[in-house]
Design a protein around this ligand. Structure first.
Ligand code: SF4
Ligand code: SF4
Length: 330
């Protein structure tokens, strides 16, 4: 029987105290105490792109001042945060992003600060990279979206391809980890193959996410991949699995069965989300809902309503640590 433990066998067979045992114990403690260690922050509720798979660009959210962010981030529940994922909208639209990054690095004992960007603002990205490359301690990761070669501008709704390449090229000048993130909708296998080659020329990992697994972006469209594209995605994820022996196969299971197979760090209480107003939510899928109940009650409600079909893979690799022998259905 396939279980989460077998899926992650590399992590559990190479027992390394710092890399496997300690983070596992830490996750299980967060799960038990419901004091989260991971946080996603939707820094702004606006975007300059007009992606097919997302409606955030229709929002005209007002950016929150740095002082208000300080207040939101110093609430007692967030005292143990070690991993932050910065997203949006487009986080580079936040004018004081470098100051924001400096602030969070000072507030927490941060291990990772992950930034998701479309790469549309290379100049702003440069300022951000200059600041973070002088901060010691956390691991910084920048993920740039690139969905294809010819298709990228069409899928993203604006001319962003060239700027994304400029951004990717620029990151190479810094000692910062980067990834290329591709959301698959209607791209043809041939183009996806060329995207793999492009990622290789940048010497960067290419993360593939099927569009219909994204429930966090306010869209109400159903994406059904063409058979040949779905096959390409599955083959690619299996190849990645062979290389990393880690997460990708989790997507395949969710794609095949159409229901949640993997555990969820948000549901465990080991991760939480802040929206662009600094409001605390169980996860991004709860944004905009009225909430007077406690987080525990809201988690319970989500579990009964959204979680079973939620295909979000956010922090899945963390959540594996709390569910070592969960059986998986193929
Ligand atoms: S998917 Fe990301 S880049 Fe595209 S509109 Fe939504 S927030 Fe913006
Ligand atoms: S809806 Fe449920 S499964 Fe999906 S991210 Fe939120 S808590 Fe996790």
């Amino acid at each position: 029987m396939l279980t989460t433990g077998r899926l992650f066998y590399k992590q559990y067979t190479k027992m390394n105290f710092k890399k496997t045992i300690l983070p596992t114990l830490r996750y299980q403690l967060a799960q038990l105490t419901k004091v989260p260690t991971a946080l996603t922050i939707n820094l702004v509720d606006r975007c300059s792109l007009k992606c097919q798979m997302c409606d955030i660009w229709q929002n005209k959210g007002k950016d929150m001042p740095l002082a208000d962010w300080h207040k939101a981030l110093t609430q007692p529940l967030l005292r143990k945060i070690t991993y932050i994922g910065l997203t949006g909208g487009e986080p580079l639209l936040y004018k004081e992003l470098p100051q924001f990054a400096t602030m969070v690095c000072g507030l927490y004992n941060l291990e990772t600060l992950h930034l998701n960007t479309s790469g549309i603002y290379p100049d702003r990205l440069k300022k951000y990279l200059e600041i973070i490359s002088n901060i010691h301690g956390p691991r910084f990761v920048v993920a740039v979206s690139l969905d294809g070669i010819e298709s990228h501008n069409r899928i993203r709704g604006v001319e962003v391809y060239d700027k994304a390449l400029i951004s990717l090229d620029m990151i190479r000048a810094y000692d910062i980890e980067a990834t290329i993130n591709c959301v698959v909708t209607d791209q043809k296998p041939n183009e996806l193959d060329r995207l793999v080659d492009l990622a290789e020329t940048f010497n960067l990992p290419l993360n593939i996410t099927p569009a219909y697994s994204r429930t966090d972006l306010n869209h109400d469209k159903e994406f059904v991949l063409a058979e040949e594209t779905a096959k390409w995605v599955e083959d690619y994820l299996y190849k990645q699995q062979a290389k990393t022996k880690a997460l990708p196969i989790g997507y395949i299971l969710q794609m095949r069965t159409g229901k949640r197979q993997l555990p969820c760090a948000f549901l465990d209480g080991a991760a939480v989300s802040l929206d662009a107003n600094g409001e605390l939510y169980v996860c991004q899928n709860e944004f905009g809902t009225e909430h007077t109940a406690s987080l525990a009650e809201r988690r319970k409600k989500l579990k009964q309503t959204k979680c079973e079909t939620c295909l979000s893979t956010c922090f899945n690799s963390l959540a594996m640590r709390g569910h070592i022998i969960k059986p998986l259905e193929i």
